[in-house]
Design a protein around this ligand. Structure first.
Ligand code: F6R
Length: 607
């Protein structure tokens, strides 16, 4: 997730408007920043690693000449956060500049093709293929618009991009597939950005660019075309009446809700990770003597779910372990044959890094899964994967959890293939469902949010909650509990459901709320037994169920139905979504701030 901003003004100060716009987008990424402007037939550019204020202090981003330009604030995905990888990226002759948000899946093939045609690349980014492709097309006589049109037809993956060229210095050509893009107009200027707040200070008239559209912005206005049919699209600007504070959250009242809603997009990003890193990590896991899955909090819950995935799909036994316990429990036994798959959204959690250091001293192999390229974890891991969720501002982890689960599921499927442990039919079924997860999550959010809101109203006065699940759903129960507890301050418990009768059931009395996670797989029969045990003692049952689960519908006081059937092992991703929403709306009902719960910090860098 990166932020892009472009503008065409009447006056010669595009770079300072871009600088201000990028500041508003800094929440989307802050590894590096860059601006390119056009004046006469010359391209001017400044870019560097670091946050906008730091880069501005060194380079004075406002000093670029011209009334037209583009800018970018980056969240590194391909290529570390170095100056050379900062956007804009240019062609061989520095005549075309491009800013891009998204992932170009086929960049390696395109890069080889372009290098063979004589193009020289400077960066390690996927984006750089775009200016070179446009250069190649313009060399063959195409106009800038046609060259961008032909180029985007060759790109697999996601993109929001803006292109400028010295050859046609009166326009910005933009295109969108999946990554967000919107532009704003007023009488004498036009702005394009990743989201509305970036230009809201200049205009409240905005036009959303839809998937599969190309837009030409010029001093005269805008022209939208459908990329596939090349037909003109008519779309009038809408008036945006968000208060500035809401604008930052794209109209959502809280970052947490915005991030819950971003999950379909983030999951799609995880399905576009580079093959070579997934493959490399799978090879390390395959050869490992023993595997520890090390993390804290929500990331630990992803590890716990992953231990079921690795076991059931790839027949690999793993040890999920809370990082702060690692040293005590395994510190002495770890050795050169041990592998740690370390999961940390921030890549900076002190407990997690301490576990990593202790294992490294004993020659163990460290693999990392994180959301932050350039974090300590990425520097010390032998191989790391960036989950590409973009910055998460809400303290409670939501989108980063489901993305972690998606990456870990992909690793487990790859390992299953490598090891030949399950049938190709089962593998294909899992792969197909993995691809469908973003849509399933999208439908779950759209279809169930209202019902969850009502449940939050109904149960907000309860003093304590119980979360139960079996198998992989026990990790979902733990995560549902953590979300509710940390943002609405309701003491809660979570157990593998089978364990509940070994003590916790003594708590149950009339009306005690118990949330059951009930996918329709191997554990379904037993969870029905657990529901009946709780119901017999007066518990109020709230069940998260799969489509048409009449048996549980008849037992539960309330239920949220995930409108699909999928392999149980993949169920955590959609099943956790109603629990995230429940925690969020429960916090609101109880007057708590879901984005900044008391006593917590986003990145826990103390032990
Ligand atoms: C809970 C939450 C925390 C983090 C934990 C680990 O919503 O966000 O429990 O999951 O502090 O953080 P990372 O993943 O950054 O290591």
């Amino acid at each position: 997730m990166c932020g892009i901003f472009g503008c065409i003004l009447r006056t010669d100060d595009a770079s300072s408007a871009i600088h201000k716009g990028l500041k508003k987008l800094e929440y989307r990424g802050y590894d590096s920043v860059g601006i390119a402007t056009l004046q006469g037939n010359r391209l001017f550019m400044k870019k560097d690693r670091g946050k906008i204020d730091n880069v501005h202090a060194i380079h004075n981003l406002d000093s670029l000449p011209g009334r037209l330009g583009i800018g970018h604030t980056r969240w590194a995905t391909h290529g570390a956060p170095y100056q050379v990888n900062a956007h804009p990226h240019t062609d061989c002759k520095n005549q075309i500049a491009v800013v891009h948000n998204g992932i170009i899946e086929n960049f390696a093939e395109l890069k080889t093709e372009l290098e063979e045609a004589g193009h020289t690349f400077r960066s390690k980014t996927d984006t750089e293929v775009i200016p070179h492709l446009i250069e190649q097309k313009m060399k063959n006589g195409l106009s800038l618009v046609d060259a961008v049109h032909e180029t985007v037809k060759r790109l697999d993956g996601s993109y929001a991009l803006c292109v400028i060229s010295v050859k046609e210095p009166d326009k910005i050509v933009c295109a969108r597939k999946e990554s967000p893009l919107v532009f704003g107009v007023n009488e004498d200027s036009i702005y394009v950005a990743s989201d509305i707040p970036a230009f809201l200070a200049y205009t409240n008239k905005s036009v959303i660019v839809h998937d599969g559209e190309l837009v030409v912005l010029s001093g005269k206005g805008y022209e939208i075309r459908n990329i596939a049919s090349w037909e003109l699209v008519k779309r009038e600007p809408e008036i945006i009446d968000w208060a500035p504070e809401m604008a930052e959250k794209q109209g959502y009242p809280h970052f947490m809700l915005k991030e819950i809603h971003e999950q379909p997009l983030c999951l799609r990003n995880t399905l576009r990770l580079q093959d070579k890193y997934l493959e490399l990590m799978t090879t390390f896991l395959d050869r490992a003597g023993e595997v520890f899955l090390v993390a804290c909090g929500t990331s630990y819950h992803a590890c716990l779910a992953a231990s079921y995935l690795f076991s059931k799909l790839s027949f690999l036994a793993t040890h999920p372990i809370i990082a702060s316990e690692f040293l005590e429990q395994h510190g002495k036994s770890v050795n050169i044959d041990s592998t740690l798959l370390v999961v940390s959204q921030s890549g900076e959690t002190a407990d997690t890094l301490e576990a990593v250091e202790s294992a490294r001293l004993r020659a163990a192999t460290v693999l990392g899964l994180t959301n932050v390229v350039g974090s300590t974890l990425t520097r010390i891991a032998r191989v790391y994967i960036c989950q590409q969720s973009g910055p998460e501002i809400g303290v409670a982890a939501t989108k980063t959890f489901t993305s972690q689960l998606s990456v870990l599921s992909q690793l487990a499927v790859r390992l299953a293939k490598k090891r030949g442990k399950i049938s190709h039919v089962e593998i294909e079924d899992i792969e197909e469902h993995l691809e469908q997860l973003p849509d399933i999550v999208e439908r779950t959010i759209q279809g169930k949010e209202e019902k969850v809101k009502q449940l939050a109203k109904k149960y907000s006065g309860k003093q304590v909650f119980f979360f139960l699940g079996r198998g992989v759903s026990s990790a979902v129960a733990l995560e549902g509990k953590l979300k509710l507890m940390e943002i609405s301050y309701i003491p809660s418990l979570a157990y593998p459901a089978g364990e509940s009768k070994h003590g916790p059931i003594s708590l149950i009395e009339d009306g005690f709320p118990v949330v059951f996670i009930c996918p329709k797989g191997d554990t379904h029969r037993s969870i029905i037994g657990n529901i009946m045990e709780m119901k017999a003692r007066g518990a109020s049952i709230i069940a998260i169920i799969e489509k048409d689960d009449e048996k549980i519908k008849n037992l539960a006081d309330d239920y949220i139905e995930i409108e699909t059937e999928l392999p149980e092992i993949l169920s955590p991703i959609p099943f956790v979504v109603p629990l995230q929403l429940l925690a969020y709306y429960m916090a609101l009902e109880r007057g708590c701030d879901p984005d900044q719960p008391r006593n917590l910090a986003k990145s826990v860098t103390v032990k």
